[in-house]
Design a protein around this ligand. Structure first.
Ligand code: FES
Length: 117
């Protein structure tokens, strides 16, 4: 609830190094993650989420956990890390936690794709 009431890292970012977006086709919720990367580390991260309360809490927790991590560490994060950080989620809301991880991973892949061009 604390992450929902006072979400961390919410908003967009000017000139991000990478952007990732994921949506849940069932509920229609969408999450977008912006990354600023320096020396292979997530220096700054922001999110915009159009979604349920759990999706907003998940976005907030995911960005807090990912900030400062190397890209490899952030890619190794999974939904359980986020659910545990939030102190658990009701079973019907577990799918919301997938959005946070998927959007984060897709932003990192966007960065890796741009670098390999
Ligand atoms: Fe869709 Fe939570 S109900 S992400």
């Amino acid at each position: 609830m604390e992450h929902f009431r006072n979400p961390r890292n919410q908003g967009s970012m000017d000139n991000p190094d990478a952007v990732g977006q994921e949506g849940n086709p069932t509920c229609g919720d969408v999450m977008k993650i912006y990354l600023r990367i320096k020396d292979n580390r997530i220096e700054d991260i922001k999110f915009e989420t159009l979604g349920c309360a759990a999706a907003i809490a998940v976005s907030s927790a995911a960005t807090e956990l990912a900030k400062g991590k190397t890209l490899e560490e952030a890619l190794a994060m999974n939904k359980d890390d986020i659910v545990n950080d939030l102190g658990g989620l009701p079973a019907p809301k577990i799918h919301c936690s997938m959005l946070g991880v998927d959007a984060l991973h897709s932003a990192i892949k966007d960065y890796q794709n741009k670098k390999s061009l």
